[in-house]
Design a protein around this ligand. Structure first.
Ligand code: ATP
Ligand code: MG
Length: 451
């Protein structure tokens, strides 16, 4: 028999102080959930959550005089701040019945660790650890972790029935850690995926952001296309969609999955790749030669994406930027200084750089161009952009060497014409017709006014 070595976690001293303080006051306290899982995986946990049999009042008393944040105290969570780091301490809990697939009707405190671990979603997330007692693993989480498996604690149908978000969380953990999903858990997920639509959009977004950035995001999107499209039905027509195009080697979903994998793991960029071609089926036509086209699909994609983003309550900044990148994902981009200056003017530097990345990922995912060719194109574009920016070109009104006040001083009337004139001057500067120089621009303004 192969004896398992007793895992030792290495919490920061401050986290240990919190546990020891509870213990010293006669309470049980354990590290629990993500930090135990991550430690066993050899990863550095992001945060060190603690669970305890101390109820809210007892917790408040134990940490009297400490810097704490009491916002969740009624629900049994106290945040202890040490050296600017938050440590969440939560009373052992049992969730009551779930009637809406997303909220327990009631939450009760308990002094039984087993009950608290049993309400958690997956075996790998249901382990606790104490510096003296060691690992408390009542549901074989360690075994599942070693086998690389996400498995529900208890009956998957029951657990997903309580909170359908767990279906998406299973995909998130599988994508982030490269784990597989145990058969019964996976089967229940596929059967019940539509229930995820009942869950609050914000919660869906949190899990999707992480899923899309996971190292195994591609294989999860590929293997669980049915679950993803049950959650986002607007994407269903993409799966298996034959593009009938000499430019595309893959069907639409496979192209999409690859495009996601080819861009940096940044949530905004990954959403853009997931949705950039979502409007293709709606815009699709086949010509007499049997070749498929999707003219104007960008607009359809923008509509689909806007609806999804709104459902998930995306912040305006992310929403607008993602929609811009989706709309312009096919934009013709060349390392031409004049064209780049125009694009800097329309989109700004950050968006231009993102468009280069989007274009590159899209191209690689077509399967008809060598990835190296696309990388070389992206490098050439970036170099041209860097060289252009090094010359500090003027591509915004605020960068123009004349202001409205200069034109007024030169005798122009304030009002709309003044705005139009500044815009004209910016155009001639961007086109290289006139240098961005005050005197030259004032001369040009007079020339435009009285040709
Ligand atoms: P991460 O490192 O990404 O934060 P995590 O495991 O800490 O991962 P959280 O969402 O922070 O994930 O949740 C903390 C713990 O709470 C989980 O490990 C799990 O035990 C439990 N948990 C969270 N959400 C649910 C849920 N919807 N149903 C059941 N248990 C949950
Ligand atoms: Mg966490």
């Amino acid at each position: 028999m192969c004896a398992r070595t007793e895992p030792r976690l290495t919490p920061p001293d401050d986290a240990l102080r919190v546990v020891r303080r509870l213990n010293a006051a006669g309470h049980r306290a354990y590290f629990v959930g993500g930090c135990v899982r991550d430690s066993l995986l050899g990863l550095m946990p992001k945060d060190w959550d603690i669970c305890t049999d101390a109820g809210p009042d007892a917790m408040a008393e134990v940490f009297q005089g400490w810097h704490v944040v009491e916002t969740g105290l009624k629900h049994g969570t106290l945040t202890v701040m040490l050296n600017h780091q938050p440590y969440e301490v939560t009373t052992f809990r049992v969730d009551g019945a779930y009637t809406d697939h997303r909220h327990p009707d009631s939450v009760a405190f308990t002094d039984d660790l087993r009950e608290d671990l049993r309400r958690r979603d997956f075996t790998v997330n249901a382990m606790a650890w104490h510096p003296e007692e060691g690992l408390i693993d009542l549901f074989h989480g360690q075994e599942d972790l070693q086998a690389g498996l996400i498995r529900c604690v208890g009956d998957p149908r029951e657990r997903f029935g309580e909170d359908a978000l767990r279906i998406l969380r299973a995909l998130r953990f599988a994508a982030c850690y490269g784990l597989s999903i145990e058969d019964e858990t996976a089967k229940a997920m596929r059967d019940m995926a539509e229930d995820v639509r009942l869950v609050a959009g914000e919660r869906i977004r949190v899990e999707m952001d992480k899923l899309l950035c996971g190292r195994a995001a591609e294989s999860i999107l590929r293997d669980y296309a049915d679950v993803i499209t049950a959650i986002f039905p607007a994407l269903k027509p993409m799966v298996g969609f034959d593009q009938k195009s000499p430019w595309h080697h893959w069907e639409l979903w496979e192209h999409t999955v690859r495009a996601v994998g080819f861009i940096a793991p940044d949530p905004l960029l990954r959403w853009v790749m997931l949705l950039h071609d979502s409007g293709k089926p709606a815009a699709f036509t086949v010509d007499e030669q049997g070749v498929g086209h999707a003219f104007g699909h960008q607009q359809h994609s923008v509509k689909i994406a806007a609806r999804l983003f709104d459902g998930m309550h995306f912040d305006t900044r992310t929403r607008e930027r993602a929609l811009l990148l989706i709309e312009k994902h096919d934009l013709s981009m060349t390392p031409d200084a004049k064209l780049l200056t125009r694009q800097l003017n329309r989109f700004g530097e950050e968006a231009v750089r993102q468009l280069i990345a989007v274009h590159c990922a899209d191209g690689k995912a077509k399967g008809t161009v060598q990835p190296e060719t696309m990388d070389a194109w992206a490098s050439e574009m970036t170099e041209a952009l860097d060289a252009l920016l090094a010359q500090k070109p003027c591509f915004t009104l605020s960068g123009l060497a004349v202001k409205g006040s200069d034109l007024i001083a030169a005798g122009m009337q304030p009002g709309k014409q003044l705005g139009d004139m500044l815009q004209r001057l910016l155009e001639v500067v961007m086109d290289g017709e006139v240098p961005n120089d005050r005197e030259a621009l004032l001369r040009k303004a007079k020339e435009i006014q009285a040709p």
